[in-house]
Design a protein around this ligand. Structure first.
Ligand SMILES: O=P(O)(O)O[C@@H]1C[C@H](O)[C@@H](CO)O1
Length: 323
């Protein structure tokens, strides 16, 4: 029998979305202490003079790469630090997620942006996916803006719409998989944090006002997001179940980041870009795919950049002041 060529499948060259080999993606039960994250934060503070007050996580195709016109491109005086150069940081493995922290200014507000996030399906445990959120907290960040690409389950949503996240359903948490699972360090937050005000009311109100000012309110919705483990897209039966539960948009991120941010008392705003229609009927031919997700991200990058920039500018006045 001829030896198997790992690069060739069904006669064609494999174009794997994994762009980097993972040295050790498993956590092996090892958790990072508060002191290790302080070390990470101090390393970053020694590399830049920017003292960010807002953190932005760029979702798939939503500034997760450095593209002319993207949200990340709109950061002025940018100082980039690759994840692989940051002590204790994971690395990005997903196509369209660059793997850099960008320090700089949006609308004159000091920010730090993640160009590329970490997903559970990459092999990282949830606490490690959310490690950057805790690092942001230690850097002095007071508010998190998490963006994501998501499938539209609400039948009124169209591809290219933006959904302000009003609330989430933590499906993975129902099965006991939670970023706060394990020993609690009170220096970050309480053992039992509330989640009924996870998505800041003022931020959502302002976001709807800004949508009107930018004349994009016809494409801005507000709804409920859920995160599944991925990496496969959902079955028809799964989507119909989620629809019955009141989910408007389905993705593979954000929920655990928001839980981590709220645990350490950061204010949160989240925005989903509807990149595809969720297929809820067996008669439907369409199949979800990552290329479409990235394409819609590119299609909406100008609107998203302008929207998030204005939001940053307006959110500042709602940030908690130092005691
Ligand atoms: O990082 P986000 O949540 O924006 O990425 C979504 C979920 C998967 O990673 C990917 C699927 O295309 O897009």
């Amino acid at each position: 029998m001829a030896p198997v060529n790992a690069d060739i499948v069904n006669g064609s060259k494999v174009t794997s979305p994994v762009k980097k080999t993972l040295p050790e993606v498993e956590d092996n039960g090892k958790r990072y202490s508060y002191e290790m994250l302080v070390e990470t934060a101090n390393f970053l503070l020694s590399k830049t003079d920017v003292r960010p007050v807002i953190g932005v996580i760029c979702g798939s195709g939503m500034g997760s790469y450095w593209n002319e016109g993207s949200l990340a491109e709109n950061i002025s005086q940018p100082e980039c630090i690759a994840y692989e150069d940051i002590p204790n940081f994971p690395i990005s493995t997903v196509e369209g997620h660059h793997g850099k922290l960008v320090f700089g200014y949006i609308s004159d507000v000091p920010v730090v942006a993640m160009q590329g996030r970490f997903h559970y399906y990459e092999g990282y445990p949830l606490w490690k996916c959310c490690l950057p959120v805790r690092v942001m907290k230690l850097l002095g960040v007071k508010a998190l803006i998490a963006t994501n690409a998501a499938g539209g389950l609400n039948p009124n949503y169209k591809i290219g719409d933006l959904m302000i996240v009003r609330d989430h359903i933590n499906m993975m948490g129902f099965a006991g998989n939670n970023p706060l699972h394990g020993p609690n360090d009170e220096r970050f937050g309480p053992r039992f944090p509330p989640m009924n005000k996870a998505y800041n009311y003022e931020f959502r109100k302002v976001a709807k006002e800004v949508a009107k000012e930018l004349n994009i309110d016809n494409m801005v919705r507000e709804g409920v997001y859920t995160c599944l483990g991925g990496p496969n897209f959902e079955t028809v039966a799964e989507l119909n179940m989620l629809k019955m539960l009141g989910v408007d948009a389905v993705g593979m991120s954000t929920v655990h980041e928001v839980i981590t941010a709220r645990h350490c008392d950061m204010s949160v705003f989240a925005l989903s870009l509807i990149t595809n229609e969720c297929v809820t009927s067996y008669d439907h031919d369409a199949e979800a795919n990552h290329e479409e997700v990235l394409d819609v991200g590119r299609m909406r990058q100008d609107i998203l950049r302008d929207y998030v920039s204005k939001l940053v500018n307006r959110f500042v006045k709602y940030l908690p002041q130092n005691p």
